[in-house]
Write a protein that binds this ligand. Structure first.
Ligand code: C5P
Length: 219
């Protein structure tokens, strides 16, 4: 039996967030950004000075949090009532997310959360392991990539639009490469194309064309 989740995976800056959001809007279904969840947990744990290794400290941290995810009309994420929506987009939070996402108990926690959120719904879920681990039985999977150069340029633009001018293109390229490396080589649920996912390289594609290709495939 197939799940009705449209799974979109790929590295950061591949354009998958923009594409996933637009696709969800075009289909009028829920958009689920799993990166936002790892970011929120990474940020919150850092704020609480949680030791980021497996152990009783991490377990009680996970038992002590209540995560709320919503879209109205943009992603809204809260932990224990605190709105983290803006905070999690800051550049340094990418790294916190990448670190915390390597911990098996954190992945398990969010896996359950993500499955519960999408239960019996048609939705678009984007991340790194949606087609491989979270919903391997998804009826429709995409793996979206683009060259490191174009991904870094897109990311820079995104940061600048958010008012962050503190970082150079070279630094971003470096971060992108490092994050790819960690995401693809971690032991639990590494970033990887599912065998049955459609591969789409958006280096030379604009948003409208990409959305067209995806919606046709979904239909
Ligand atoms: O997609 P985004 O850049 O917001 O994700 C931030 C980080 O969270 C990624 O670099 C990755 O380490 C982690 N992540 C993950 N699994 C997901 C989504 C995000 O490990 N499904």
């Amino acid at each position: 039996e197939y799940s009705q989740v449209i799974a979109i995976d790929g590295p950061s800056g591949s354009g998958k967030s923009t594409v996933a959001k637009e696709l969800a809007r075009a289909l009028n279904v829920l958009y689920i950004d799993t990166g936002a969840m790892f970011r929120a947990l990474g940020f919150f744990a850092d704020q609480q000075k949680i030791d980021l290794t497996e152990g009783p400290g991490l377990t009680s941290f996970l038992n002590s949090i209540q995560v709320d995810y919503g879209v109205s009309p943009t992603v809204l994420i809260r932990i224990n009532g605190t709105d983290l929506t803006e905070k999690i987009r800051e550049h340094h939070v990418s790294k916190l997310a990448s670190i915390i996402s390597q911990l098996p108990s954190v992945r398990k926690y969010l896996l359950d959360f993500q499955r519960a959120l999408a239960l019996d719904k048609v939705c678009v879920m984007e991340g790194r392991d949606i087609g491989t681990v979270v919903f391997p039985n998804s009826f429709c999977k995409f793996f979206i990539t683009a060259s490191v150069d174009i991904r870094a340029i897109r990311r820079l633009k995104q940061l600048q639009e958010g008012g962050d001018n503190s970082i150079t293109l070279e630094q971003i390229k470096d971060d992108v490469r490092k994050r790819d490396e960690t995401d693809m080589n971690r032991v639990v649920a590494p970033l990887k194309k599912a065998d049955d996912a459609m591969l789409l390289d958006t280096t030379d594609l604009n948003l409208a064309d990409t959305i067209n290709i995806l919606s046709n495939e979904v239909k």
